[in-house]
Design a protein around this ligand. Sequence first.
Ligand code: SF4
Length: 373
Amino acid sequence: MNIGQLVSWSKILFSSQSRYLLFHVTSMCNARCKHCFYWESIESKNYTDNLTLDEIEMFSSYLPQQEIINLCGAEAFLRHDLADITEIFSRKNKVNIIAIPSNGILTDQILKKAQSLLSRFPHIAFRMTISIDALGDVHDQFRGVQGCFEKATRTLAQLCELKKHYKNLLVLTNTTFSASTQNSILETLSYLVDNFDLDTISMTMVRGDPKDPSQRRSLDLKKYREAVQYVTRYGRKGFKAHPLADFIWNATCYTRERVAQIVEKTLTHPSTRGFTCSPTEDFLVIENNGDIKLCEIIDKSLGNLRKFNYRLDQILELPETRKLVEHVKSGADMCNGCTWECAMRSSIISSPMEYPKLGAYVAKQTFSKYLAA
Ligand code: SF4
């Protein structure tokens, strides 16, 4: 992380507008994952209804400046005009960080598009995340595609090679913790660490209403805790060279630990929610067809951009939208059992109540390091 990126993150933290935009650029997917919470959209084949470039240009005019945009899918690399979409958000919204998660199956297409993005937008930091949930056949079965593991790891290796030529590329992996993957999760994480030059690894808990509901059952929280600790131990790599490395790293560890605590509490007491959520302020979800969603978990459209002349601001100002957001903020039952870590992270970093605990954690870690030296 360089100083520019640090400034970027500070702006995200202190902005009063939506800090994190998730734009589902397509609902087309070449995998059929057991944990997919987006499967109904994928199977309804509404990807023919994607917002066009002209439409994206129009709604971006009503979108405030964005520090970070997540161009996600289904499989985002299936969209042929990713570079043109990036160009719009760069020109209109001055985006600094673009995150693109991928299943990594289409090695050649992904590499070609990644190279084009990296060379065309050297001022934007790209975080490309490849999903690897388990090793070999277990991953293939989890993702519903024969040969998926081999293809995804080939893509990962080639993206890591690209880092030698492009300083604006960060390569990450994400591993889903679920009933099918939990038994081998430490083996999977250590395989990734040992075989690839990754900037960091991450892990997410299976969430929402997965295609295979059994993926959310019989989850072993002891294994989850061990995996969180493993991810934390490895994750420091990306921060080593920064002058504020200790501070940033300790703040990241604090947030990761709080997220893990909330996930554990929620899974132990599924009829509760362990955090305050502020959809449309902390994050904003835009579907491929222009629906503005409350979040990735609750399938509730606040309005469609096409019906509002692409005036995102008008949808956010609707009395129904404001009422629903207030309802969620005040602890609506419909949120019980939510384990969406992105929303938790946003809630933690935007909550002044967390800052004293964060300060105490950082001070404790810093002093113990100097005392040990
Ligand atoms: S708590 Fe979870 S389910 Fe409720 S609005 Fe936030 S992200 Fe959505």
